[in-house]
Design a protein. Structure first.
Length: 456
């Protein structure tokens, strides 16, 4: 058994831990789930809790809510960690839970960061959830659709917790300043509305808010009478940079790049710059954004503005050469250009149509007349026979077909009338009209030999 340090009881717990709510009445936020008459509150109050996944950003009270549920339902509460616990630990807990079940006692197993459990660990919970040995409450900041096994997820109700509002955070801070478990027994003077600034800084994370409040008070000036003065300078020293909700490998990463892409597509320059700033200020790699903007230049602008790709590639090179923070202005230029450029998705549509045709006709041989013939053997097999060199003709075009015979006449590129693409559409129409007027029977192939039926 681990021995307790002599001084262990003298070490104060963090403010967030001391003020952790124990009842639904003390719990802050999540009114859409826990307000009077709301579904989760009714389940808790009627003691009808079943296995669930609590999905939400950090610091919104997932762990706290699980503990409140355990106390409200008077169930045994077991806390699991993906980092600390393995399958052996799971089995031991399940055996004890099964024993409690025989005596009519419930066991709530809380799995923090359940998305970090591997498939084998998650599968180990499944039979015990199915037969009711435990009530599983998993907490995750990641989309459970991707991170939780389908079999386990299907047996759990997913509740989405929202980031706390600035008003919710401010109430928590005011409570911390008046509750005896917090700083209720101290006289604290703030320069201006420092609690309000902390509430805004926390960005919906109660833990960050309470930790920051505790830090600025502990670093304030202590007067002879025991009172504490906290200045804006104290706050600035404790907050070097706003910690934004962002995970480069998580769902928010894809949400933000999606927001940027769709804002540019919708020609909303202001929204485009905002989402760009959100990503850069949160620490996103500018090269990643530059790659996405380069893709956008062809996917959503294309021939409607042929300069778009040049602008995007130039921004990519600027990001590669000078990096952040200087390259933020180059990305801003590219993003605004893309937002204001005429739009055409004809490039992407053309590729997808051609891709589908290629996948369905992967075995179609390349027509002999457009094959290269670098050797005499290939020439003897009629590679290149009948090929019509466009530059030898006055119109710089021929009626020769370049598609496999089974795909002759297929159309993949359908230009729009947006921007410069209107001119390309006109040119394409003229080409197709000329070819239709000069159309000749398709070149036939028999026994690897070609019969040229095209004019030469």
């Amino acid at each position: 058994m681990e021995q307790m340090s002599f001084f262990e009881n003298e070490i104060p717990r963090p403010l967030a831990s001391r003020l952790r709510p124990e009842t639904l009445e003390e719990y802050a936020g999540q009114e859409h789930l826990l307000g009077e008459g709301k579904v989760l509150r009714r389940l808790i109050e009627s003691d009808q809790i079943s296995s669930m996944i609590l999905w939400g950003p950090p610091g919104v009270g997932k762990t706290t809510l699980a503990q409140v549920i355990a106390k409200q339902t008077k169930a045994a509460f077991v806390n699991f960690s993906a980092v600390m616990n393995g399958i052996k630990d799971i089995r031991e807990v399940m055996e004890k839970a099964e024993e409690r079940r025989h005596y009519g006692e419930k066991t709530i197993v809380f799995v923090d960061e359940i998305h970090r459990f591997n498939k084998a660990q998650q599968d180990a919970f499944l039979p015990f959830v199915e037969k009711g040995s435990i009530i599983l409450i998993g907490a995750t900041t990641e989309n459970p659709s991707f991170e939780v096994n389908g079999a386990l997820l299907s047996r759990c109700k997913v509740f989405v917790l929202k980031a706390l509002s600035t008003e919710d955070i401010r109430k928590l801070l005011d409570h911390a300043l008046t509750d005896i478990r917090g700083f209720g027994g101290q006289k604290i003077e703030f320069e201006g509305d420092i609690p309000g600034k902390i509430a805004a800084f926390a960005d919906g994370d109660a833990r960050i808010a309470l930790s920051t409040l505790e830090m600025v008070i502990l670093n304030g000036e202590i007067h002879p009478d025991g009172s504490v003065s906290v200045t804006n300078e104290n706050l600035e020293q404790c907050i070097s940079k706003k910690s934004l909700l962002y995970d480069k490998n998580g769902e928010e990463h894809y949400n933000l790049i999606s927001a940027l892409h769709k804002s540019m597509r919708n020609s909303d320059a202001d929204a485009s710059v905002y989402w760009l700033a959100r990503m850069l200020e949160a620490g996103e790699d500018p090269i990643y954004i530059a790659r996405r903007v380069t893709r956008f230049a062809s996917e959503d602008v294309g021939l409607a503005d042929t300069n778009a790709l040049q602008v995007a590639v130039a921004a990519f090179e600027a990001c590669r050469l000078i990096g952040m923070p200087e390259c933020s202005v180059h990305l801003t230029e590219a993003v605004i250009y893309m937002a204001l450029a005429p739009k055409s998705n004809a490039m992407e549509a053309a590729y997808f149509a051609a891709r589908d045709a290629a996948n369905q006709n992967m075995a179609e041989p390349v027509p002999l007349h457009i094959r290269n013939a670098p050797t005499q053997l290939m020439k003897d097999l009629d590679y290149g026979k009948g090929y019509m060199y466009a530059h030898d003709y006055e119109e710089k075009i021929t009626a020769m077909s370049c598609l496999p015979e089974s795909l002759e006449g297929s159309e993949f590129y359908t230009p729009t009338d947006q921007g410069n693409e209107k001119a390309f559409a006109k040119r394409l129409k003229e080409i197709k009209k000329w070819k239709a007027e000069h159309k000749v029977p398709y070149t036939s192939c028999t026994n690897n030999h070609i019969e040229n039926r095209l004019p030469v």
